[in-house]
Design a protein around this ligand. Structure first.
Ligand code: FAD
Length: 99
């Protein structure tokens, strides 16, 4: 089968998650191209500074909700099965100022 070449621009959480999910499908040859890569620290590169709290807030039935669901699975896999990675489950309580 002929592979499709895909260039993912950006090596932050958005680019790397896109590349990770695509890499699980057959038929893609993926290259990540970015000015900054993991290990770099720069004010223009947000992901290394993030607190990494993952709190999906998208509305059910939207494309964003589908992307949230697709991203949850690999992040949960990291937290459960790769404890040396930076993802981890924490108990939390969400409070809201809404009535
Ligand atoms: C202190 C802090 C705490 C945060 N905490 C959280 C949190 O707890 N939870 C949360 O959900 N979010 C948090 N955020 C927000 C989150 O970090 C960002 O929304 C997220 O990291 C953005 O990811 P990104 O992949 O879109 O961009 P980035 O991580 O900024 O990556 C951009 C990539 O694109 C590349 N790039 C950009 N322009 C070019 C170009 N012209 N040519 C080539 N490459 C280019 C860069 O080099 C980089 O690789 C936090 C942010 C900060 C600063």
């Amino acid at each position: 089968m002929l592979e499709k070449n895909v260039v993912v621009v950006g090596a932050g959480v958005a680019g790397l998650m896109t590349a990770l999910l695509l890499s699980k499908k057959q038929g893609y040859k993926i290259v990540v191209a970015a000015k900054h890569m993991p290990g770099d620290y720069d004010i223009e590169y947000a992901s290394p500074w993030a607190g990494a709290n993952y709190v999906p807030v998208s509305i059910n039935g939207t494309k964003a909700a589908k992307w949230d669901a697709e991203s949850w699975e690999p992040l949960a896999d990291f937290a459960k099965n790769h404890p040396r990675q930076v993802c981890t489950f924490r108990d939390r309580e969400i409070t809201s100022t809404e009535n």
